[in-house]
Design a protein around this ligand. Sequence first.
Ligand code: PMP
Length: 369
Amino acid sequence: MAGVGGPGPSRPLPAVRPDLGALEGYHSPQVDVEVRLNTNESPLPPPPAWVEEFRDGLAAIPFHRYPDRSATGLRQALAERHGVAPDQVFCANGSNEVLQCLLLAYGGPGRTAALFEPTYTLHRHIARLTATAVAAGARRGDFRLDLDEVGRVLGAADPVLTFLCSPNNPTGRADAPEEIARVAALAPGLVVVDEAYGQFAPHSALDVVRGGGPDAERTVVVRTFSKTWSMAGVRLGYLVADPDVVRACELVALPYHLDAAKQLAGVLALRHVAEMEARVALVTEERGRVAAALGGLPVETWPSDANFLLFRPTDRPAREVWSELLAASVLVRDCSGWPGLTGCLRVTVGLPDENDRFLAALTASLTGA
Ligand code: PMP
């Protein structure tokens, strides 16, 4: 038996899946700055009452047991909030994992997902991670959906999933209900409306799901606790859809993927709707102020229904402006290398003093004032 289990010649590591070779990860640099306006989080933490209730609830969790696999309480609370049945709600570790479950369940080799760029880059990224082909169409110059292009792409690709993002990250505007209805009428499969910033927008595709109309069964709305609920650190997202879609996602989610602390955090957050709405109101007001100030600077900007603004410096390279903001300890998102966004930066709307710091640094960078 000599040699069995002993040190043998070292073997090279296996190669990763060949289709992953050309993929880059999705990273926003997490540098240490005073004013962090790069990842569209809430500028305020959850309310103190939530922190207290969470702490008390944690002490009562039986941590030696697996959590409730069906997340019964959380789904019940979300269903009540949205006026749907609990079997229409599926929860996961952030809305990115919700998107991943949809793609695992409905995508995969030989299947296609459609999207319209520029849009949230993770739709494309997760599609490729799940070996789902991507059919990408272009938005119009003003970043609205081009319904002729939508018709062309959906007709040619026959996608099982069509992704919309409303309000659209990183361009800001929500798709109009008529536009979403038109896409749903054209789409052969599911229409996934990513509403990570839904509370900032004047309307929601939840009305389609609740409405029971011809497109209700094929419409999926994805939401997150990471933005308006001030809980990016918790990693909790969900979808609202037909119960069959929920069951499909449950097929591909790992057992007990939603830990007990996370389920508690979500249930408790839903008891603080008024504070959430107050945060949304504050950010929305500040968004107006920042947008007005950008209007007086040499930048191109677009209307936003979200908690961020996209802008393009007209006289300076975006990368230089980004670096000068960073030197002033203000971090924004450099989107200038993303498809269709040459020269663009994206700023998250923060607290009034953070927005002042951003505007002062941007003014200095663009005008020398
Ligand atoms: N969808 C969109 C449009 C987003 O902007 C984000 C966050 N950047 C997400 C989904 C993912 O959010 P999370 O996984 O934190 O819920």
